[in-house]
Design a protein around this ligand. Structure first.
Ligand code: AMP
Ligand code: MG
Length: 490
């Protein structure tokens, strides 16, 4: 394990041609302090636990002091935002401090978000607020524990600068980690610049660093786009299955290695609703829950277009077809598990779709419903009646649904207890509802109590376990939370 000034940097992105990035130092912040520190991520970069107590740690992690071996750059990319191409994006408030290679030879980007202005900042301030860093820190770690590919979060560094948003807010920055921060938009940038040589350089770079298994193949670019298609489809299938809604699926927020990237106005579906839109500013619902699979397809189309100088049009079409097939298969495979089905019976897909309609009709909480469903028994019993009553909807539709479910379960060989174990391992008990983040934010902003951040993070590390002492976090959101509004501002 290393001290902060002895990390093993292996900065590869800054060796690419100059127009891939801008070399830029983070802008200093006032009186930085460590508001949250994630030992799990520190371990991934071989950073010593005791460094949390290093009096200079906040200076280093805020960017006020350069970390020896780092080589800060702002990455160039563009992208389609809400369906419209924007040539002026790039890291406007985040900086790749450097890449750390750990003892197991795995490399992680250290990416400082809220680092101050860069060449790509446009008219914006380059800053981030405490509120949005808490939301990203908690959710990225909760997603990881759910088994959804994601960037990770090493720490939150608060500061005493005021940041102007709708109102004046406390500033903060976040260090996130990922195997790479290359996005679909990194390729689009060079495509629209007609800089085709750099597209090849970038593709080779990503293959070398993140898709090494195909490096020696003759048709490596084809395999690359097919793999991106598969992984993107698998990622979005997982989002749907857990009810995660990203909120801003612009192509610059689509990771080339299919990590959930850039946590802004995200949300988990609560009372089930296909048209759920977490982002208050998304007036037409382009990025609603139900649109995510098709937006993933649309975004992949933009990547295929950007890669057209290295892949053929047939290969591009094949990638898009792959996306569709992998998406549907992954989605339903995971959904079968949620219901405790081991066999796939004809009409199961229809049954799943129909269940979601029922949940939506009766405004039933998606997560609570599936978690409780594991208690269902093949033989009708008293507990079941109580469960139905608790759903606080008594309707023939619902009773009919439970009878259909019982009939379907008869085709399974698993006993009630085994099925419960299987279902509880895929249906989380703990999901990071927006109101939970909001409570942590209130503590941080109003009372300067930051301890809640890591306390909550730790609870959500075990989302599938029963944690009787935290039962209050496993139920539907309280009524006051229904009015919570999450905007793009961060
Ligand atoms: P996002 O919506 O966070 O994905 O951001 C879209 C683009 O705007 C990215 O290139 C960001 O770097 C940039 N950006 C967002 N907020 C700021 C800010 N406060 N200052 C500078 N650039 C920003
Ligand atoms: Mg972004």
């Amino acid at each position: 394990m290393n001290k902060i000034d002895k990390l093993n940097f292996d900065n590869t992105y800054s060796q690419l041609p100059d127009n891939f990035y801008q070399e830029v130092k983070p802008t200093a912040v006032k009186n930085p302090f460590l508001a949250a520190f994630n030992q799990d991520c520190a371990n991934l970069i071989d950073l010593c636990t005791s460094e949390k107590e290093n009096p200079k740690i906040a200076e280093y992690l805020s960017g006020n002091l350069g970390i020896p071996g780092s080589n800060p750059i702002a990455m160039y990319y563009t992208g389609h935002q809400f369906g419209v191409y924007n040539p002026n994006i790039g890291d406007g408030r985040a900086i790749l401090l450097g890449e750390v290679r750990n003892k197991k030879n795995k490399k992680y980007d250290l990416h400082l978000k809220g680092s101050g202005r860069t060449r790509f900042s446009r008219q914006f301030d380059g800053r981030a607020v405490m509120r949005s860093t808490i939301r990203e820190y908690l959710c990225s770690e909760a997603m990881f524990s759910l088994g959804i590919p994601t960037t990770r979060a090493l720490c939150i560094i608060g500061n005493e600068d005021k940041v102007e948003r709708e109102k004046s807010e406390p500033g903060a920055s976040l260090i996130r980690m990922a195997e790479t921060h290359v996005r679909f938009g990194s390729f689009e940038a060079f495509y629209y610049d007609k800089d085709y040589e750099n597209i090849k350089i970038l593709a080779d770079y990503v293959i070398e660093n993140n898709f090494i298994e195909i490096k020696k193949e003759d048709n490596k670019y084809k395999l690359f786009i097919i793999k991106v298609a598969e992984r993107t489809a698998e990622l979005i299938a997982k989002w749907q299955v857990f009810g995660f809604t990203h909120g801003v699926m612009n192509t610059d927020n689509m990771s080339i290695t299919s990590l959930t990237l850039d946590y802004g106005p995200y949300g988990f579906v609560e009372e089930f609703k296909q048209e759920y839109i977490p982002n208050h500013s998304d007036h037409f619902g382009r990025y609603s829950y139900q649109n995510q699979p098709s937006i993933g397809y649309w975004n992949l189309g933009k990547l295929v277009q950007a890669l057209q100088t290295v892949i053929s049009s047939d290969e591009g079409v094949e990638a898009l077809e792959t996306y569709k097939n992998v998406y549907f298969n992954s989605y339903y495979d995971l959904m079968f598990k949620k219901f405790g089905f081991q066999k796939q019976v004809e009409k199961d897909r229809k049954f799943i779709d129909n269940t979601l309609e029922i949940l939506e009709k009766f405004e039933i909480d998606y997560t609570v419903f599936f978690r409780k469903l594991s208690n269902f028994k093949k033989v009708k019993n008293k507990a079941e009646d109580q469960y139905l009553k608790k759903l606080s909807v008594t309707s023939p539709d619902l009773s009919e649904w439970f009878e259909k479910y019982r009939e379907r379960l008869k085709k399974e060989t698993l006993g009630d207890n085994e099925r419960k174990d299987l279902m509880d391992s895929v249906n989380p008990k703990y999901i990071l509802r927006n109101y939970i983040c909001e409570q942590v934010i209130r503590e941080a902003e109003d009372n300067k109590n930051y301890d809640e951040i890591d306390r909550i993070r730790k609870i959500f590390k075990n989302p599938f376990d029963e944690q009787p002492e935290h039962e209050e976090l496993a139920i539907e959101s309280p009524d006051w939370a229904k009015d919570l509004v999450i905007s793009c501002s961060s």
